[in-house]
Design a protein around this ligand. Sequence first.
Ligand code: S3P
Length: 463
Amino acid sequence: MSAKPLIIMNQDLKNIKLNNNVMAELSQGLHGEIYAPGDKSISHRCVILSSIALGESRINGLLESTDVVCTIEAMRSLGCDISLKENTCIINGIGIGSLMEPIAPLDFGNSGTAARLIMGLVSTHPIKSIFTGDESLSKRPMKRVVDPLIEFGAEFTLNKSEFFPIIVNGSKLPIPISYITLIPSAQVKSAILLAGLNTPGITSVIEKQKTRDHTERLLKIYGYDVAIEENKENTKISIVGQQILEAVNINIPGDPSSAGYPIVAGLICKDSNLTVKNILVNPTRDGLYKSLIEMGAKIDLLNKRSEAGEEVFDISVRSSNLRGIEVPASRAPSMIDDFPILAVAASVADGISIFRGLSELKVKESDRLLGIKHFLEVNGVDVSISNDDLIIKGSPGGISGGGSVNTNLDHRMAMSSLVLGLVSNSPVLIDDSDTINTSFPGFINLMVKLGAKLKIIDLSKQR
Ligand code: S3P
């Protein structure tokens, strides 16, 4: 690959990693039909629930990303029989209460969801396990999940009181709990429900703000009773432990967060018209789409059907003139992973956008509040942070670009920066595109297929 394009970068490359760098160039006329990869949240949950169901489950469309592979490997280490054959994952479940003690530490790589959900599961089995992860996961707070799990009777040894590596000694005689979650987190809610599966009596979680509800929906699909009581103030989810999960044959819908990258690219690149097929549309996950529609996006939801207890659509978009909006803090849980890509849309919208109440972004795969500011700022976008709000002044005429972005082991920073590059006058460069494989293997090829100018370059030859 030629060394030339890098000369126009407006930054020096001293601080950027030299592996698998990718550059995005101004693109127009994105066009075509693609399938987004399987939903990450549902994929993790299907692997876990199938592993403790009775009988053989067949999961089609499982997301085979590095994050989900961590869940598969962890469940294998806990004694479950899992195979992947021709896009179908086949799992012979061992039943609730039958997990075996792993002989080696469980490595959760980059995946907070895998780690927190499986921590819930093992905490009510009489086994000892050691939880480890990569540099990013080792900086993520675990107290939020450890606190309720201690109430079940599990014991934990934590590094500096809340970080990996963590040793979990599961409870021999688990005690059911009723827990009010302090932060809106589907991972915490799901960890508690998974712990409740092997606990006699009623386990309840009470959430003040609704979070993604795939665990509840899937439990019902596996034949497990779930009671949901909703009022204006909160939602209470209760299960009775030690029932039976029945094996399933399930198709996993496409991930609305992953679909957000080609969809926003289709909206902001000139003369574009594209369709992403088979996307999950769930009221606890639709904040990105609501926000884009408020911004004036031309989005059509087509061919409604249902899969895995969820509604599924094909989503078509056309190039649109977007306007700035205010996203209220109350919407954050329904689009918690999607602020980086909404920030890209806001960067080319007419007017100012304010996204409110983003404190939870600071504890994702990286500090995404600072990360969004970084990747926008190095590419010439007018962006600021006030308390936990993000303020972006859009430039409908286009962005200067030319920045090199540190993705900090964060797949969503990597993909969002590349989409920003498609509307930037000078190319945008990212380090370490490998991180994209945590949620969207094949992202670069799919985007190129739609007409995006993305190029893998070997920066090590440039220094
Ligand atoms: C997830 C929940 C969210 C989200 C993550 C997936 C899940 O995390 O950010 O990518 O599958 O339960 P929190 O529970 O920390 O909000």
